[in-house]
Design a protein around this ligand. Structure first.
Ligand SMILES: CC(=O)N[C@@H](CCC[C@H](N)C(=O)O)C(=O)O
Length: 375
């Protein structure tokens, strides 16, 4: 597939970011493109806003899958790019426009040059939330088209183009979203003693939460509690009767996740008593850790080193989450980081990955699938 066409696709997709399970324009764009490919070997099925494409092999013994996520994030883009997001308040700030373009590049190659084994391309909605991988995995379509192995990638702004980052075993953390609503009693700013101020309660809770990682988690284990958003109050001279905290929890072990949640519950009970309010906790969506199959990962890493010009960087595990972890819990496979060399990181309004990385990834995956799918 020619490079200009791939860049055009990436830029088209970049303009139309949509939130999880609302990826209607994105799905249409992807379907229009997929239907423009030679269709003798392709079987296409939709699932909610997602898509499955099976490429029938010439002598199939197994099915190899490639998964891309397709949703954007609620961030106002500040890149100033000529093709920046046309959807106010939404941006592809986690690279899913890259992931989709790479999937289409690889799919195009195999639509024209099939291999022996079957390939399955999975265009999955709602990775950023509430999570599309688990329900997609349990869908009737995927139960019928259960692959023998599965792969995916994620862009890595901190790695140079031409490199990938990977390790066998744990790659990404267990995650849980966290939403806490505090309801007290509002009133006049001049009469605080007649109120139960939820700004003060929320601030105290955020400060207390910081002690969980430092005082309840084994220092040799790792955890993160981030409150990314606090909403409370209406104006400077009214005491707020409600506050909402929104955050996320990350842990490397399943046990630590349980421990963190128990401590949060205890602290929230303490806030109820101490600040005379009612509290509700909602854990939102949870993602299972991304665990790379040891044998397949090592084989892929050797392949990269011996058969390609890509530089392999053996990385550490990261506190990012990915619902691809659910697929890896059922299907042997792996995920890797793709170097895209951006001064701004993931989830940043100025994230601007280098488009040259798209070609590197398409070539790498095509080479690997050709090798693996003709063995
Ligand atoms: C790769 C990446 O950035 N993934 C997201 C996944 C979000 C999971 C969920 N919405 C949460 O916030 O816990 C990440 O933030 O790591």
């Amino acid at each position: 597939m020619n490079k200009d066409a791939l860049i055009a696709i990436r830029r088209d997709l970049h303009k139309i970011p949509e939130l999880g399970f609302q990826e209607h324009k994105t799905q249409k764009y992807l379907l229009d493109y997929i239907h423009s490919l030679p269709n003798e070997r392709l079987e296409v099925k939709t699932w909610r806003t997602g898509i499955f494409v099976k490429v029938h092999g010439t002598n199939p013994r197994k099915m190899i899958a490639y998964r891309t996520d397709i949703d954007g994030l609620p961030i106002e883009e500040k890149t100033g790019l000529s093709f920046q997001s046309e959807h106010p308040g939404l941006m592809h700030a986690c690279g899913h426009d890259f992931h989709m373009t790479i999937a289409l590049g690889v799919l195009t190659h195999f639509a024209y040059h099939p291999i022996q084994d079957d390939l399955l391309f999975i265009f999955q909605p709602a990775e950023e939330g509430p999570g599309g991988a688990e329900p997609m995995l349990n869908s009737e379509i995927m139960q019928q088209w259960m692959p023998d192995m599965i792969t995916a990638l994620h862009i890595a702004p901190e790695l140079p183009v031409g490199t990938i980052g990977m390790k066998p075993g744990l790659l990404f953390a267990n995650t849980s979203e966290l939403f806490i609503d505090l309801t007290g009693k509002g009133g006049h700013a001049a009469f605080p003693h007649t109120t139960h101020d939820m700004v003060v309660a929320a601030c105290s809770l955020v400060t207390q939460l910081q002690s969980i990682v430092s005082r309840n988690i084994d220092p040799l284990d790792s955890a993160v509690i981030t409150i990314g958003k606090i909403a409370s109050g209406t104006i400077q001279n009214i005491i707020a009767d409600h506050a909402r905290l929104e955050g996320t929890i990350r842990t490397f072990s399943v046990e630590s996740m349980e421990k963190v949640k128990k401590r949060i519950e205890d602290m929230v009970k303490g806030i109820e008593i101490g600040y005379q309010c009612k509290a509700e906790i909602d854990w939102g969506s949870m993602y299972y850790q991304v665990w790379n199959d040891e044998a397949l990962s090592k084989e892929f890493m050797e392949f990269v080193q011996n058969e390609t010009e890509i530089q392999l960087h053996v990385c550490k595990e990261a506190m990012t989450g990915e619902d691809f972890g659910y697929m890896l819990a059922k299907i042997p496979g792996f995920m890797f980081w793709l170097g895209v060399d951006s001064p701004y990181g993931l989830h940043h309004a100025k994230l601007s990955p280098n488009e040259q990385a798209i070609f590197k990834a398409v070539d790498l995956i095509c080479q690997y699938f050709e090798w693996k799918g003709n063995k």
